[in-house]
Write a protein that binds this ligand. Sequence first.
Ligand SMILES: [Zn+2]
Length: 174
Amino acid sequence: MAILDKLEHCAATNYQICTDPQSDRNSFDRPLGSPALLRTVTWNPGLQTVIELGCGDDPTGPVLRDATASLLHELTHAAQDCDGLEPSEYEFEAVRIENIYRRAAGMCQRNGYGDARLPRQMIKLCSPGKCSCTAPADPTDRAMAEVHPVTQSRPLADAVSAGDARPVHGLPPR
Ligand SMILES: [Zn+2]
């Protein structure tokens, strides 16, 4: 809802969604120009190809493209664009938002973008029919607990998390 609200009220530019049943990918395109030119989400609602393997506890379970999840992913890029961000640098965030929908709809979650795995703090454990929605175990916390059982450091853990939250650079739009 926050994504849709942002796009509806975006003052920076306008967005259109074009369905294309022939397209082999969904995409968000933002032509350069001043004033800002119309942005286009190209969406193939029928695209159900395999994104990756690994669904919950099943390492070979296919994660399939889904019409709504794909559209939400591209709309997240549009919202990033509205905020003045470079969408291709925030693929993990788009996958994180896409996974919110995937969990709610009882689908397999995406594990990452391309060959890059989602940072741990962006992961909620959930597979179809079995959704704890908890964060995976933090190896840093465990190590800290073993070394400093009383003075486990939140600030350090947060600093590590912030460091891991860097955007993905150099990946092609998907
Ligand atoms: Zn993307």
